[in-house]
Design a protein around this ligand. Structure first.
Ligand SMILES: NC(=O)c1ccc[n+]([C@@H]2O[C@H](COP(=O)([O-])OP(=O)(O)OC[C@H]3O[C@@H](n4cnc5c(N)ncnc54)[C@H](OP(=O)(O)O)[C@@H]3O)[C@@H](O)[C@H]2O)c1
Length: 380
């Protein structure tokens, strides 16, 4: 089931962590059983992609390899064992790759080769190349067909009127959705999101609101915090989102949080540099009896968790890396149903759009424009 494809394609190559990337013309990926080949239409960058490839954020990746991130692509070929996927399908490409013989083994294609010898074995062979290329090969199960007519169609014909780049926001929404679902966030839960001013944190606010919860958003930057509140308050109801600044004064933060009553859930999505931030302690101390906390942040140091509160209030603490397959399916359903918005209505927009050759500029803009809804993309 293949169409005529060019024998070569252009890809961004990471020869070694810490070395400059370069664009190379190389043989196009070949179809094998269990895989799909897609033409990459658009693929995103993280605010910390530059730190990953420069080595300052100690992530491990196979080299040489094609780095990458979540993408929207069009399938051009599928392996002989494909069932429903077929050439021509518009798909969301999920970079969270799991072992087929052991799904607890996982890694992020183009971002991180995982935390075990087994994940490295998986990523250093079959799946070493990711999406910063014209063509990419991915496991069939990582390609999720999208309802193109509904998502990209014009509103006058029952479509949602999104652009292909708008669809990339799925990759951002999925991260907090995985964590919020893992601790069973439900209608009317009161959820503390912190920090809520970054790319994933602000999206966690949107996703929690769309799941029917109300949100208390915490952050150091009160101006950005107010922007998040203003935007999502207008979209989901002003009384459903409140803010409390991170002041690194636990007493002050707990007093601020208590104004809104006890919280059901605390969702942490801190970057490594937030290790030691007071918000973890303050948020845990503000949870009700039997409350839940989910840690998705990347802090490397141990956090100051007040265990006395965990014990006395029967709190549940859960860590979460990424999300489950069922979460991806459910999130796409929510977006296609119009319950969870993308594009301007979802507070997201493209602030930088680059060809592969402009990789340095793309990495710089992504680092500088980290924040709510601001997206930088490669359109290979
Ligand atoms: N578990 C998972 O599956 C998963 C997946 C993806 C990412 N992550 C983690 O999520 C982290 C956040 O990603 P992102 O893309 O949202 O990053 P980002 O856009 O760079 O946002 C970082 C956020 O952290 C805040 N912050 C920075 N330093 C802080 C400090 N010292 N104290 C308190 N807040 C501080 C920033 O607020 P200011 O505006 O005040 O600077 C901003 O809100 C990543 O670094 C990664 O470790 C986890």
């Amino acid at each position: 089931m293949t169409t005529t494809l060019p024998p070569t394609h252009r890809a961004l190559v990471l020869d070694q962590i810490g070395q400059p990337l370069r664009v190379e013309t190389r043989p196009r990926p070949q179809i094998t059983p269990g895989t799909a080949i897609l033409r990459v239409l658009t693929t995103g960058l993280l605010s910390y992609s530059r730190e990953i490839y420069s080595g300052s954020r100690k992530y491990s990746l196979p080299t040489p390899s094609v780095p990458g991130n979540g993408a929207i692509g069009r399938i051009v070929a599928v392996g002989p064992d494909a069932t429903t996927l077929q050439p021509g399908d518009l798909v969301f490409v999920d970079i969270y790759i799991r072992g087929r013989d052991d799904p607890t083994v996982a890694a992020l294609s183009g971002v991180h080769d995982g935390h075990t010898v087994f994940s490295r074995r998986m990523m250093h062979s079959e799946w070493r190349d990711s999406t910063y290329a014209e063509y990419a090969r991915f496991p069939l199960e990582n390609c999720y067909a999208l309802n193109e007519k509904r998502l990209l169609g014009s509103p006058s014909e029952g479509g949602l009127g999104y652009t292909v780049e708008d669809l990339l926001y799925l990759a951002v929404q999925l991260v907090p959705f995985g964590g919020l679902r893992a601790i069973g966030v439900d209608m009317c839960d009161r959820v503390i999101v912190s920090p809520a001013t970054g790319a994933f944190g602000s999206t966690a606010v949107q996703v929690a609101l769309a799941m029917g919860a109300s949100v208390i958003a915490m952050g150091r930057n009160t101006e950005t915090l107010e922007k998040v509140r203003g935007f999502f308050g207008a979209a989901y109801g002003e009384d459903r989102i409140q803010t409390v600044p991170i002041t690194n004064n636990v007493e002050q933060e707990v007093a601020g949080l208590s104004r809104f009553g006890e919280a059901d859930v605390f969702f942490d999505i801190s970057p490594p540099e937030a290790a030691g931030s007071s918000h973890v302690k303050s948020a845990i101390m503000s949870l009700r009896h039997s409350g839940r906390a989910c840690f998705m942040g990347g802090q490397r140091e141990d956090l100051g968790i007040p265990t006395f509160y965990l014990m006395r209030r029967n709190l549940t603490v859960k860590g979460k890396w990424m999300y489950e397959r069922g979460d991806v399916v459910k999130l796409i359903q929510m977006v296609e149903a119009g319950i969870l918005k993308l594009g301007q209505e979802g507070g997201a927009r493209t602030v930088g759009r680059f060809p592969l050759e402009k990789w340095q500029e793309a990495l710089d803009v992504a680092a500088e424009r980290a924040g709510p809804g601001e997206r930088v993309v490669f359109n290979p």
